[in-house]
Every structure is written in C-alpha cells, then in structure tokens.
Design a binder for this molecule. Structure first.
Ligand SMILES: *[C@@H]1O[C@H](CO)[C@@H](O)[C@H](O)[C@H]1NC(C)=O
Ligand SMILES: *[C@@H]1O[C@H](CO)[C@@H](O)[C@H](O)[C@H]1NC(C)=O
Length: 523
C-alpha cells in the first residue's frame, strides 16, 4: 500500500515536472521565439524596432550603427553624413552596371514619434511578437518596416546574383517627424545629394485596411495662418461698431464658411480629405489679463486667432493668398494676416509639388507593373493628408512615390499599440524585390543610345531598335522582339545572346514569356 502510494507520489511528481518543463518551454517559445533565429528578417526587424529612436531624444547613433552593419554584411557601400551635429544620415549604395544612368533613391526616416508606455499592451520598444504574428512597436508602421524591407529585398536580390543597371541608394534620414529641416531638407541641398543624380525616389506611405496597397503622389503643404484684429477699445457695457473682437469674429465666421464648403465636398464624397484645403482654428488670443483671469468690463483693442491650413498641390496658392487678404483679413476691417509656410509649395520650376501617375511618367508604369508582377494590387493614387520628406525631393522636380507595402493592416501611425503583422512585413520584402529589380533595370532614357535604352544587346539592324526602346510595356516589347526575330528570319547563332539580353531585363512576366518562346525553340 505504502509502496503504491510512493509510486503515486513519484508519478505525480514526474507529471508535475513534465508539465512544469512544458510550461517553461512554452513561455520560452512565446517570448523568446526570435532568439532561436537571430538570422531572420523578422529578428532583424525586431532588433531595429528595439532601438529607441522616438522624440524628443532619438538614439540615432545606435540606429545608424545597426543599419550600417546590416548594409555592410550584405556587401553594400555606406557613408555617414552629418549636416547638423548629432543628427547623422546614413547613405547606403548598391552600384549599378551603368553609373551614368540617374539613380534610384529609397528613403526612410529613422526617428519616430513618442509613445506613452502606460497606454500600450506591450512596452513600445519591446517589439513583442504575439502568437498571431503581430509585432508591437512604435515605428513598426511609421516607418521602420520599409527601412528593413529595402535591405532584405536587396539581400535576396544579391543572393540570386541580380545585378542592377541603375545604382540604388538608400537614405536613412533623421528628424522627419519634426519637419525634416535638419534632415532631408539639408540633404537635398548638399553636394552629396547632387552627386547621387537621383532619377526617381520612393518614400514612406501608409497602411491600407483593405486588400490593395496605397500609393501617394503628393503631400499637402502645411501653412500656419495668424489673423490679427485691431479695433476701438471701450467699456464692456457699450454697444458700438468695429471693436477688435467684432472684427476678429467676422473673420472667423468667413473662414468657418469656407471650411464648411470644403468639408461638404468631402462629406458628399466628391473629394478625399486630402484633396481639399483644410483650415482649422488652433488658438484664440485676446482679452486684458487681470490677477483673477481677464478684465470683464473692457472690450480689448487687439485680438488674434491662429489656423492650421493644409494646401493640396492641386490648389493655387496665390489664389489662397488673395482670398486671405481680400476676404479673411481685409484691411478695411483693420485685420492683418501672417502666413507661415512650413516647407515648399512649388518645385524650382514653379510647378505644383506632385508626381504624375499616368503615362507621362515612365517611372509610374514601371512601378505599377512591378506591383502587379508581385501579385499586388494598387488603389487609386492619393494625396497624403499630412507631410513627408518627399516634398523636399519633389521641390527639385524629382518624381517621388510614397509607398509602404502594408495591406489588410489598420492605420496605426502615431497611435497607441502600433503593430505590423509578420506575414505583411515578409510579403513587403517580396514586393520591394519586384520594385527594386524593375526600377533598377528600367533604362529607357532619351539621352541614351537606343540600343542601351532597354539594356538589350540585339543582333540586328539598328532601325529595329528604336521601336523596342520606345516601349516600356513588357507585352508590347515581346511583340516587338518577335517582330525582330521574324525580320531576321529567326536567329542564327545569336539566339543565346538574345536570350541573355532578354534575361537582363529582369521583368518577371516578360521572362516567363521568353521561357515559353525558348521551350518552343523560337529563341
Ligand atoms: C479701423 O481703424 C480706424 C483707425 O483706428 C478706425 O477709424 C476705423 O473705424 C476702423 N475700422 C474698422 C472696420 O474697424
Ligand atoms: C497626365 O496627367 C496630367 C495631370 O492630370 C495631364 O495634364 C497630362 O495630360 C496627363 N498625361 C497623359 C499622357 O495622360
């Protein structure tokens, strides 16, 4: 009996130890799963997320040091620029075969907005991955994801021996979240930037709750507007015309009507929030202070109000300036106005700061095709409601698209519990592989000899090259190429050479078509 009891005890002890060790290993896998695989894109993403780059005291040194070590490990070149002490900018470069072609610049800011840890499910810099794959961290969407995705995409392309025609640069910039004035704004004015000879740039975008990826072709320009009123002072009991407060209130009424007309367009579905001019009151300043508050029986001689304005590139800034002077703050009402322009509103040629998203912009077609080649869908191009560093590059008339490949993801930038799912992050790497290979292989450039435009080495008379070079669409290209083959009565010994040349175009759909041709013995 006693023996039996002892066995029972031993057995339950064993069960207990078994369960205990199981629970230990379970908790281990729940919290430290990534320790087991230090060498994965996810663990590198988590490492970067754990670097505290939130304002007001972003740790740029650690961010630069980590990103640089990653770039060097992949075999890329790096350079650290410092336009303002303590605010470094890391430039990463993958040299292309043809350095004379304008380069591709991929941009990402290293800083993030602050987070209030008490409002978060997990500490904002822990980068905890939950069992359903959500990686929680400040900056996971805005925009540390693209920072790592750029590098991981290049890592994969290099491991497949892909060679870019155009040089690809990545810029990791400081201070975007506080206006970019010590970061991107100084960068674009530097000789180092000029030397990059940037032809096309990609910058951050935003998450999309639906299946489609969002893409942004412009930002709205922020203006601060201060309206000051003067008027006759008087006793609080007197009714008279033209007091400062009356003049200011009249101004506020007119501005409110304008605001309503813009907002009505949004409510009626005629325009997106980011496509109208927004104007919102942000401060009112008036009254004569007293030890207990304000003097209540005096009508003051001065009053002012401040507004936040956001101007889409489709609006005419001069017309808004006229409207402010003539309607919102007319001198006849003893009103004056002051506009504080926070960033450029026109490019150096005086054109609106926007990137074309139609056939007039060949980069757009290359980008769009690259997304569909990777199995992605794009929603209608949008204007971003807020601002990014892209405006500084658009000011130099460089085409820039804002894009962060996050579909089926709630928009959580600057919010509590910002997260990105691991699967979404990993798919984004594939998307960038497609984008980077397509952009870096796109060599149609009017300044070049037609044979080099598509990176093709075709055996045949030069007059046939022009039609090939003029078309960037892969299906059309294929037809052109077939026509050339027909003209030449099928290739002789040059077939292998042509095949190699086609492979260099690295367009997935096209390569697959060529594969078929080759199988049929047509190539
Ligand atoms: C503007 O100020 C002038 C000079 O103080 C005054 O005579 C006039 O009545 C004021 N007009 C209005 C509309 O406030
Ligand atoms: C592209 O869009 C711009 C602006 O909407 C327009 O002016 C231009 O004609 C368009 N170009 C093409 C080729 O569609």
């Amino acid at each position: 009996m006693a023996n039996f009891r002892l066995h029972c005890r031993l057995f339950s002890l064993a069960v207990f130890l078994f369960l205990f060790s199981f629970s230990l290993s379970f908790s281990h896998s729940q919290y430290d799963d990534d320790e087991s695989d230090q060498n994965s894109p996810i663990s590198r993403f988590q490492h970067y997320l754990r670097i505290k780059t939130a304002h007001p005291d972003p740790d740029y040194a650690s961010a630069v040091s980590f990103l640089e070590s990653q770039a060097l490990e992949i075999g890329l070149h790096t350079k650290i620029l410092e336009f303002v002490p303590g605010k470094p900018l890391l430039l990463v470069t993958w040299n292309g075969l043809n350095p004379s072609l304008p380069s591709i610049l991929l941009n990402s800011h290293m800083d993030s907005v602050p987070a209030e840890p008490s409002k978060w499910l997990y500490p904002p810099f822990s980068a905890v991955r939950t069992s359903d794959g959500k990686i929680f961290a400040r900056g996971s969407q805005d925009d540390k994801c693209i920072a790592i995705q750029y590098l991981e995409a290049i890592r994969n392309l290099r491991s497949r021996n892909f060679v870019p025609d155009r040089t690809i640069h990545i810029s990791y910039v400081p201070d975007e979240e506080i206006g970019g004035f010590d970061g991107a704004a100084k960068f674009v004015l530097s000789k180092e930037f000029k030397e990059l000879n940037v032809g096309f740039m990609m910058d951050e975008g935003q998450a999309s709750p639906g299946d489609e990826f969002r893409v942004f072709y412009a930002d709205r320009s922020p203006w601060g507007l201060i309206i000051r009123a003067e008027g006759t002072p008087g006793h609080g009991s007197r009714m008279y015309d033209n007091s400062a407060m009356e003049n200011l209130m009249k101004s506020v009424e007119i501005i409110s009507k304008f605001r309503e007309s813009q907002f009505d367009m949004v409510k009626a579905g005629e325009a997106a929030n980011s496509e109208v001019i927004s104007v919102n009151p942000v401060f009112v300043n008036a009254g004569i202070p007293s030890p207990t508050g304000f003097v209540m029986n005096m009508q003051p001689s001065e009053a002012e109000a401040g507004f936040d304005l956001r101007i889409p590139p489709t609006a005419d800034p001069d017309a808004i300036r006229r409207r402010i002077v003539e309607e919102w703050a007319p001198a006849r009402r003893n009103l004056t106005s002051q506009i504080i322009e926070k960033g450029p509103i026109r490019d150096y040629l005086g054109r609106p700061l926007l990137t074309m998203t139609n056939d007039s912009n060949p980069w757009w077609s290359v980008f769009k095709t690259a997304i569909s080649d990777a199995g992605g869908k794009l929603s209608r191009p949008e204007i971003l409601a807020s601002t990014t560093d892209a405006r500084f590059m658009r000011q130099l008339a460089i085409p820039v698209l804002g894009f962060s490949p996050m579909s089926n993801t709630p928009i959580l930038l600057h919010e509590h519990n910002e997260f990105l799912k691991d699967t979404v992050f990993l798919r984004g790497i594939k998307i960038y592989e497609s984008i980077i290979s397509a952009l870096s292989s796109f060599v149609a450039d009017a300044s070049l000899h037609p044979t080099k435009k598509m990176g093709l080495v075709i055996a045949g008379p030069p007059e046939t090259y022009h039609s090939v070079a003029a078309d960037q669409n892969s299906q059309a290209l294929l037809k052109h190429f077939q026509r050339i083959l027909a003209i030449h009565n099928k290739p002789q010994s040059s077939g292998g050479l042509q095949w190699l040349a086609l492979r260099r175009m690295k367009q997935k759909g096209f390569a697959a078509e060529c594969e078929k041709l080759r199988e049929n013995g047509e190539l």
